[in-house]
Design a protein. Structure first.
Length: 283
């Protein structure tokens, strides 16, 4: 006759006791230690068996083998009413599985149910999806700062480009505007060094050409091919220091074309008049 007993675990878990196939034996008690165990835990199963008559009970020479349970040890202890069988095992399958049938001498154990709990099943009802990666504190603020910087960068670049463009144009215009002044100053230094070393006509020829080039830049008229009289008729020539330019040109014409004699003092005076007029006009 097969006998079965029930053992509650927790509030909803029940343990089914296996059958003993011999009519002379009855399962008196069955317990697990620890009472609640999980996959991979080392568990001790204690079975108290009451024998109605004397039976030969022994440890099997070969421990039962299964793909879901590993039996580490079996021990048998004789007591007044029968025997206590202790089975030490580890279960690797969650849920309720039947302990492999084993023959203990004249006694055969079968249908012993092993309820193995699962930590995964206690936390949620199925396979959980991967969680999103946690961000470090301050990451959102840093990302917002980077995105804000990226958003305003084109405007900053455009503003900087306009500032640099205006600065470059100003420098370029200033360079172009002061080019005639730099040329007339270099010419003045060279002519002062040449006083007394070159003929007066040649000296005035170079001075007149330099002055005409300077007036062409400043007045916007072609003074290179114009005569002194034609330059005198041009607009804005008679205002302020520009009248002195005409005096220098007239003095040069007298020396170059009329054969007027000019000494070093006259050359220096013409050069001083030119420099003073240029300085006053540029201010």
């Amino acid at each position: 006759m097969r006998l079965r007993s029930w053992l509650p675990i927790g509030s909803a878990l029940f343990l089914f006791l296996g059958e003993i196939l011999n009519a002379q034996a009855t399962i008196k008690d069955l317990s697990f230690f620890p009472p609640l165990f999980f996959v991979g835990d080392l568990v001790e199963l204690r079975i108290d068996i009451e024998l109605e008559s004397s039976m030969h009970v022994e440890i099997p020479p070969i421990l039962p083998d299964s793909d879901w349970i590993e039996i580490h040890d079996i021990s048998i202890e004789a007591v007044d009413y029968g025997v206590n069988v202790v089975i030490v095992f580890s279960s690797y399958a969650p849920g309720t599985q039947n302990l492999p049938s084993m023959k203990l001498g004249s006694l055969t154990l079968s249908d012993i149910e092993i309820p193995t709990g699962s930590i995964l099943s206690r936390t949620h009802g199925g396979v959980r999806l991967l969680r999103e990666q946690k961000m470090l504190p301050g990451t959102r603020l840093e990302m917002a700062s980077v995105l804000s910087l990226m958003a305003i960068t084109p405007f900053l670049v455009y503003g900087l480009f306009r500032i640099l463009r205006r600065w470059w144009k100003k420098c370029h215009d200033s360079f172009l505007y002061k080019r005639p002044l730099r040329r007339i100053r270099r010419l003045s230094k060279r002519l002062r060094a040449n006083i007394g070393s070159v003929r007066a006509a040649e000296w005035y020829y170079e001075l007149s050409n330099g002055l005409r080039s300077y007036l062409s830049y400043r007045l916007g008229w072609d003074c290179m091919s114009a005569t002194t009289a034609e330059i005198a008729l041009m607009k804005d020539v008679h205002e302020g220091p520009r009248q002195q330019f005409l005096e220098v040109l007239k003095e040069g014409d007298l020396v170059k074309f009329a054969g007027r004699q000019a000494d070093a003092e006259s050359l220096g005076r013409s050069l001083d008049m030119l420099n003073a007029a240029v300085l006053e006009w540029e201010q």
